[in-house]
Design a binder for this molecule. Sequence first.
Ligand code: ATP
Length: 248
Amino acid sequence: TAAQPILSVNNIEVIYNHVILVLKGVSLSVPEGGIVALLGANGAGKTTTLKAISNLLGAERGEVTKGSIVFKDDQVEALSPNDLVKRGCIQVMEGRHCFGHLTVEENLMTGAYTRKDGHGAIRDDLDLVYSYFPRLKERRSSQAGYTSGGEQQMCAIGRALMSRPNMILLDEPSMGLAPQLVEEIFEIVKLLNEKEGVSFLLAEQNTNVALRYATYGYILEAGRIVLDGDAAALRDNEDVKEFYLGVG
Ligand code: ATP
């Protein structure tokens, strides 16, 4: 039997600037301990969906005008992004957003801001992050702004881990990275899922890689889910092959 959902998004509608309807009734769910891919072309609404979940739309004059979002059995639409982080769900934004003038380690430490436990526990988690990302350990004293794109993506994921999340919303981790690095990052996602039990919702334009690591996928087109299914079934689906996998 399928695991209980850790996250469910039920028929949400999102409007920007009071008039622009961008999500037209999106529903999806992520099972506890799952890796789920949210796929679709540029502009389909993937980022908007993730920001709706983490309540980050306000800064862009967007709002959820219909539907509900449930995380660990609680309705969370009204929670601030920080409160959601405290409950265990954190977003890693597209474009990575490291603080360029801080060192890699200082960036990681900023990820512990919601925590009240002691310095020792935070130090242990820093070591945990370094165990998954040995490159970050090597670069710990470098200014993040001078590290590579791949290292910045790792730093952004590492910083999210410092909040001890149960769920990470990961926006376009492959963006701008060479194929080998994309693979390296997805391998770490898989390890974090298996060993730390972190559930993932991954927004990706790179359908090919996302469907190799996710167990389930949703395809978004112009603000609606047009197809969903087990990753293996989506990889074999003729429409997915033709429109998203560059085959056919
Ligand atoms: P990307 O790969 O670019 O992140 P996406 O699938 O994540 O694409 P969104 O960024 O969610 O798509 O954008 C969905 C739609 O919403 C697009 O048509 C975009 O132009 C529009 N949109 C995004 N942000 C705003 C905003 N602040 N105000 C108005 N429209 C917006």
